[in-house]
Ligand binder design. Structure first.
Ligand SMILES: [Mn+2]
Length: 425
């Protein structure tokens, strides 16, 4: 769905408070030596990929609630991401999942992407569930399986995903390996890790020269005793052994409670091995809820590590950002826009920190000044700046308000019906 640009302009004109709010913030920031124009320009580079599986209503193992107007085809999913991008100007990338979204007709899918201004982000393979007509089962693992034939089937699937991605113009593959064990003694952990390394090496060798491989980790689930790649250390180990263009991917929900994620981010960047993020938020485990809704301060600290880390180590490649959330109750499009907003805020706040002054305070062991610097940036209400960014780039000052006021979900239900089901979990 595309919104007529004059409708966007009309709606923006009704947002009477915006100019005064923006002026107030811009003047305040300018007084403190922040180049607001530069910040607005720089913000364009923060493009967050939306995965093709995040547009429908997600289920839990207890069930799934209906959401009308879900996208039933890849084209409809691209249309939904295109809409989010049109309204927010922050979501110009799509991340495809195979086999849920196989691009059968590549030129056509490329044309649709072009129409919505979308580029193809990382490709995602799936060896965590059995597909219809699949020869061998992944019940006891895939890339780490004891049976070489199962491993080969999983390797070949990943190679096929690379081929699809290459045809579309993607430049990376993300492997999230669900493999693990649910019972002590079920699996020989060191053999499983070695087999996984060998499988990944074969997939890596299949990638074009300009591609990157992202290795995601997760401490538990769907298996409950061990996973083959439980943490960033194991991912880093595999990435290092695999090759220069293999990196670790950090999914915020894939940590045990209390983990210092920002420190992991800092360590990985310092070694040039941070490949990408899957953003979401959580309170208990892999809750996959709205980014920044539970721990916005942590999100800010993560972006501080990114901004600082990239200043100090320009060897780290540009980072792939994606939202990996699941929407069981909320309208996915609204939820994704909320997440984009939270990401934008964390990013801009991290940019407000004066890292030279902070470095001095740290060298002086001035603990209070260090935390004052952080608090000052974090407590600044930067929303008018993001609104101004959207306004200047053809988006909406208030995308959530517009979406609700215009009854976009109701429109989608009219077009697609209330029974469509999106592929995914
Ligand atoms: Mn993920």
């Amino acid at each position: 769905m595309k919104i007529e640009q004059n409708k966007i302009q009309d709606y923006n004109q009704k947002q009477e408070d915006h100019q005064a709010d923006f002026q107030f913030l811009a003047e305040r920031l300018n007084r403190r030596g922040v180049d607001v124009e530069n910040l607005l320009e720089d913000f364009k580079a923060l493009q967050i990929a939306i995965p093709s599986w995040a547009l429908g209503s997600g289920g839990t193992r207890f069930g799934r609630f209906a959401l009308g107007g879900q996208p039933g085809t890849l084209e409809e999913k691209m249309s939904d991401i295109g809409l989010i991008h049109q309204l927010t100007r922050m979501a110009g990338r799509i991340s495809l999942h195979i086999p849920w979204d196989i691009p059968e007709d590549v030129p056509h899918i490329q044309a649709v992407a072009g129409e919505y201004g979308l580029e193809f982000d990382a490709m995602n393979s799936n060896t965590f569930q059995d597909q219809k007509d699949q020869k061998l089962s992944y019940r006891f693992g895939s890339l780490s399986h004891t049976d070489a034939a199962v491993r080969q089937q999983a390797i070949d699937h990943n190679k096929q995903v690379i081929d699809y991605g290459e045809a579309l113009g993607s430049k990376s593959l993300t492997i999230w390996l669900a493999d693990g064990s649910s019972h002590p003694g079920q699996s020989n952990m060191h053999k499983a890790l070695r087999r996984t390394g060998d499988s990944i090496a074969e997939i890596y060798a299949h990638m074009p020269e300009d591609w990157s491989l992202f290795i995601e980790y997760k401490p538990f689930e769907p298996y409950f005793y061990s996973t083959v790649i439980p943490d960033w250390g194991t991912s880093y180990l595999l990435a290092t052994e695999t090759g220069e263009r293999a990196y670790t991917l950090v999914d915020l929900g894939h940590h045990l409670p209390g983990t210092n994620i920002e420190q992991i981010v800092g360590v990985l960047i310092s070694r040039g091995k941070l490949g990408g993020f899957h953003f979401n938020d959580s309170k208990y485990a892999d809750d996959d809820i709205t980014t920044g809704s539970i721990q916005p301060y942590q999100l800010f600290l993560i972006f501080m590590e990114i901004v600082q880390g990239l200043r100090e180590n320009d060897q780290n490649p540009s980072i792939a950002y994606m939202i990996d959330a699941s929407h069981n109750i909320k309208d996915p499009l609204l939820d994704l826009m909320e997440s984009l907003d939270a990401l934008g805020q964390a990013y801009i706040k991290a940019k407000l920190v004066d890292y030279d002054v902070l470095a001095e305070a740290q060298e002086d062991n001035d603990v209070t000044l260090s935390s004052m610097i952080l608090q000052d940036a974090f407590q600044t209400d930067v929303r008018p700046l993001i609104r101004e960014f959207r306004l200047r780039n053809g988006g909406l000052i208030d995308p959530l308000g517009f979406y609700r006021r215009e009854g976009i979900r109701e429109e989608l239900i009219k077009i697609r019906g209330s029974e469509t089901v999106a592929t995914g979990l």
